[in-house]
Design a protein around this ligand. Structure first.
Ligand SMILES: NC(=O)c1ccc[n+]([C@@H]2O[C@H](COP(=O)([O-])OP(=O)(O)OC[C@H]3O[C@@H](n4cnc5c(N)ncnc54)[C@H](O)[C@@H]3O)[C@@H](O)[C@H]2O)c1
Ligand SMILES: NC(=O)c1ccc[n+]([C@@H]2O[C@H](COP(=O)([O-])OP(=O)(O)OC[C@H]3O[C@@H](n4cnc5c(N)ncnc54)[C@H](O)[C@@H]3O)[C@@H](O)[C@H]2O)c1
Lengths: 204, 204
């Protein structure tokens, strides 16, 4: 059984390795990788060993190969269909962001309750009314629902997504959502980043 | 010396306690708080003990009081002036978000290089041209700079902010920024949330 903490570090390894690859580095040691990420080299070796043999003793890890391996472990590039529910300021920004598609996350459907938005297009996709969520989500085989509606509507939207067979939810509303065991829920809270800055600034 | 891991958990305690308060709970045990956050009760007690005596043995923590204490430790509600650099899709969403102001993070200045945007207003604040950053950042006493420009411009923007005396940087561009030791840098990578969902979905 691989721990959640190990799984949660993988995307950070993936992101950091991609930055390292951009800089032209082809081989990297667990010491150097650890310095870049802020974890010990032992932790890196232990995390990666839970998924297989990747590095060469005394040489280090081949960056391109490790990126491909971690990408596969994370299920990237497998073409996941995404639906965004709530096309306000944040939903609009996420729908227009091209980088997610390069990881295999494709915008397939968008929903809103505002009649002025329904029927418009965003990122090449038509905005449907919320009451068509279940029919459209099944038709377009939606894997992941992104919730960018106000907090008071978020639970109802989560329930609709789950009822439509969606098993992954990415939530931005500042509220604790209750979903069934077999649904993978990740809730973002952007205020965490800001408050960690204010913690340090208030000690200078 | 308090560990970075402990400091990074504080915003999660703060956020979870605010959700618990919204539900009407007045007292909570470290066991219950641990269950809600996904850390052990020992970890919670150890983290909080590094900042002082908060709970009552056998009773638990008073939610309202703990929220106030953690908020003070994090330096929240102290009125921090924020500047957003790059008013594209994401910068626009962040500039319009009211919740940050309730934590004491106030939008004080906005910058962009696009002549069509300079001179417009967003969130009640005028968009200035980038070449006025240093003058305006000093005049408005900017504490935290938010970087929402394309990756290739991000380092130059960080350098300008630091030269203008800004000591906190919140970066959304997918690139490793180099800043001086005395600058607090937090880089967000929204793809981490999505890839943790695809990890779990690819194992069902
Ligand atoms: N804007 C940000 O930077 C930011 C940052 C962090 C978190 N959030 C959170 O993300 C969510 C969206 O924020 P925003 O700033 O984009 O808000 P917004 O008000 O700009 O957008 C909300 C959108 O959701 C739609 N909507 C409302 N109820 C709906 C429902 N039941 N079903 C479908 N659509 C519905 C509205 O018509 C609107 O288009 C909020 O919960 C907010 O707290 C936003
Ligand atoms: N949109 C998202 O959901 C999202 C998600 C994660 C990360 N990001 C990252 O955030 C950044 C912004 O993304 P976006 O989608 O808002 O992009 P965007 O292209 O919509 O906006 C970029 C803005 O920055 C301005 N700009 C360009 N160079 C500048 C400079 N040197 N100084 C000041 N302003 C400058 C542009 O005029 C434009 O207004 C990018 O680095 C992107 O990778 C975006």
């Amino acid at each position: 059984m691989i721990s959640k903490a190990t799984i949660d570090r993988l995307p950070l390894y993936f992101r950091t390795l991609r930055l390292i690859q951009q800089e032209g580095t082809e081989i990297i040691s667990s010491e150097e990788l650890g310095r870049r990420i802020g974890v010990t080299p032992e932790q890196i070796r232990k995390d990666l060993a839970s998924f297989g043999e990747f590095g060469k003793k005394g040489v280090g890890y081949f960056v391109r190969e490790l990126i491909r391996n971690i990408g596969e472990i994370l299920g990237l590039h497998r073409n996941w269909n995404i639906a965004i529910v709530g096309v306000g300021h944040l939903g609009w920004a996420l729908a227009n962001y091209r980088n997610f598609a390069s990881l295999g996350f494709n915008l397939a459907a968008v929903f809103d309750v505002d009649p002025a938005k329904v029927g418009q297009f965003i990122g090449g996709v038509e905005i449907f009314s919320l009451d068509r969520l279940e029919e459209v989500a099944r038709e377009k085989n939606i894997h992941i629902g992104v919730i960018t509606v106000p907090a008071e509507s978020a639970q109802a939207v989560a329930d609709k997504l789950v009822a439509a067979g969606v098993r992954g939810i990415w939530n931005f509303a500042p509220i604790k959502l209750n979903v069934a065991e077999n649904v993978r829920l990740v809730s973002e809270d952007l205020s965490v980043g800001l408050s960690s800055i204010s913690y340090y600034l208030s000690r200078q």
